[in-house]
Design a protein around this ligand. Structure first.
Ligand code: SAM
Length: 283
């Protein structure tokens, strides 16, 4: 199709196309759990050999990816209900179209991603005045420069932290806790077992090579997140929303199911308390 924008992403950045591909497949269904016309339109505007490189989409997987996004949407909507002019910082945002699903007309939105995926995003999505795009490695705290935290901050990291080394994840969480007192952060994780599989060259359900995911976390390890920084005042589970069919029924109930309880993807929300006395600015 003429006029399409060529996407030439490889390795971890290519995964932004993989998640878009699945969200768009789910959104195109009449009974979708995540209406997202922007994603459906976008997939037809990006010139990329989706099937050849990523295999076909599986309806169950497309729904699972959409339910994850819906879980993040709920956290963002709750944040914007409490902070209508707040700032959402989406780390590793790739081609996520969440802004257009949740925007309240007042929110400020910052997208942080590596330079190639960010350049593609800039070309294919129509960003407005309240949106800012920063080409920066999320591990480099340079992206924090100039963030307006006065009206509340929510940092999101959907589909990102699993690609970082465990120590880098701790550093990133600690840096956010330090920089945004009173703010929150939400991210998802793969299980430790799944992480181990990707490190031995596992293939995805579509038959494509999965990039290694060095960081995995199980529900039992969640409490350890408190040790990343003393300002972390709350560590909470964000249950997956209910969806369609058996998967949609089980998604919010996974924590109660013996087979899934210990080995499943999680969404976690952190709250950063006001800086403890020892972190207060020196006179
Ligand atoms: C699985 S995709 C998720 C994209 C989007 N958040 C979503 O859910 O559709 C991973 C994204 O993280 C980005 N990414 C990976 N490592 C990164 C890093 N060190 N700093 C910033 N972004 C990174 C990739 O470029 C890609 O856009």
């Amino acid at each position: 199709m003429p006029g399409r924008v060529k996407a030439d992403l490889k390795g971890v950045p290519e995964t932004a196309l993989w998640t878009l591909y699945h969200r768009a497949a789910e959104a195109a269904r009449p009974d979708t759990v995540l209406p997202d016309p922007r994603a459906v339109q976008l997939i037809s505007e990006v010139d990329f050999p989706f099937v050849e490189r990523l295999g076909g989409t599986r309806p169950w997987l497309a729904q699972a990816i959409a339910l994850r996004a819906l879980g993040f949407d709920r956290v963002v909507r709750a944040f914007l209900a409490a902070h209508p002019d707040g700032t959402v910082i989406a780390l590793g945002e790739g081609l996520e179209t969440q802004f257009w699903r949740v925007d309240n007309g007042r929110a400020h939105w910052v997208t942080v991603d590596l330079s190639d995926p960010l350049a593609l995003r800039r070309r294919v999505l129509p960003h407005g005045d309240r949106q800012r795009l920063i080409a920066c490695d999320a591990r480099n705290t340079q992206w924090m420069t100039g963030i307006d935290a006065a009206r509340g901050v929510l940092v999101t990291a959907q589909g990102l932290l699993m690609y970082l080394q465990p120590a880098q994840v701790t550093q990133l969480i600690a840096a956010c806790a330090e920089a945004f007192p009173g703010g929150s952060m939400v991210f998802d994780t793969v299980s430790r077992r799944f992480s181990a599989r990707t490190r031995t060259g596992a293939k995805g359900p579509g038959g494509h090579h999965l990039p290694p995911m060095p960081w995995g976390m199980d529900a039992v390890g969640r409490e350890q997140l408190f040790s990343a920084h003393p300002a972390i005042s709350e560590v909470a589970d964000v249950p997956l929303p209910a969806g369609r069919g058996v998967l949609g029924y089980l998604a919010p109930r996974a924590a109660a199911l013996p087979l899934l309880r210990g080995d499943r993807p999680l969404i976690t929300r952190l709250h950063f308390g006001s800086a403890p006395a020892r972190l207060a600015p020196r006179p």
